[in-house]
Design a protein around this ligand. Sequence first.
Ligand SMILES: C[S@@+](CC[C@H](N)C(=O)[O-])C[C@H]1O[C@@H](n2cnc3c(N)ncnc32)[C@H](O)[C@@H]1O
Ligand code: SF4
Length: 390
Amino acid sequence: MFGLYVHYPYCLQRCSYCDFATDLYKNEEKTKDYFSLLKREVLLSSHTLKDKELNSIYFGGGTPSLVPPDIMEDFFSFLLKQGFYWQKSCEISLEINPDTVDEEKLSEYIKIGFNRFSIGIQTFNDDLLKLVGRQHSAKQSRKNLEQLNKLDTNFSCDLLYSLPQQTFQQVLHDVGELISYQPKHFSPYILTIPPRHKLNEKRPGEEEQVKMMEAIKQALENKAYEQYEISNFALKGFHSRHNFHAWRGHSYWGIGMSAHSFFAKPKWGVRFANPNSIKSYAMILDKKKPGLAYQKDHHFVEELRRHEALTDFCHTSLRLRRGIDFHEIDKKFGPDLANLVIQRSKRKNITSFLETTPYGVRLNWHGIVFSNQVFEDFLFLEEDICHLDM
Ligand SMILES: C[S@@+](CC[C@H](N)C(=O)[O-])C[C@H]1O[C@@H](n2cnc3c(N)ncnc32)[C@H](O)[C@@H]1O
Ligand code: SF4
């Protein structure tokens, strides 16, 4: 089983803080052309996949809620024709922007199989939305949230905080209002932009940012949302399966412009990515011969070595509430590497960021706030492990 990620690059706007690979939406024809490229990518490689059972399908972007439901339906039929299949329990997610759906469109998505929506609310403050270049208004967000509730479907909300001029009270208000719509899942993100970005002006200071983070966590935990990952909270049983699989080192195939993939085999796993523009994406599809999903001539391909796989394992495990399981490392990488990780977790500079669990260690609250510092200590170089046995 593996997860399928489909990247849809078009957006109605270019939000000034966004670093994702996107392009301005022009018309439905371009969307149809893009889906033809996606199908070509699948056709070129699907015969090489032995196992075609999907455990999650995720449409991300960009703004995939700009895709008309009939195009989505046609794509699902195409996947089935190519031998892919999924159980009823398969999580089929769609990222949506508040200004792009209404009740009818949402019902159609549900009818064709989508069972989870992730809506980019960001904030309910219209001035702030305008300031960061969003087209939607708080009124449109509220309307969509009501529609999602009326349709009784599973949805998640993205919240963006530490915006320029944003106050602590405004953040508290945003979380409180979002909770009132009872989403099953929350992803609060701290605005992350390069140091010289114009949105850095008048942003809350570091101390204020930590206060905001703490307040969000408190408000969500009071309502039974568990912080199962650094930026993700969910009610019991509602964590995002798509992300969870990726963090647990399971395979996922990303198709479309700029999509990233990870195949857990062969050896220590392979990461690969498609080009960042539609033109170059179309070009590699023209040149590619039927065969493996990743071909060194056309993709950025990284075959992981043991130390890189160990680093990835520790970093993704630390992002999760369950943390690093020393027995799992023993099983996957051998007792010497498990021992090395145990020694690292005892380093004086990081013990105050970690707490022990029955099977290993995980970040404590202090560690979540300063996770990047902790990750540095779990970075393994070839020379750290080359003398150690499996
Ligand atoms: C892949 S984006 C696309 C979602 C959708 N197009 C939207 O903007 O609503 C998913 C989420 O990443 C978050 N995000 C995007 N840019 C960010 C940034 N520079 N810093 C922090 N979070 C960001 C936003 O909360 C956004 O909803
Ligand atoms: S709508 Fe979403 S993906 Fe598109 S530019 Fe804005 S933040 Fe980026």
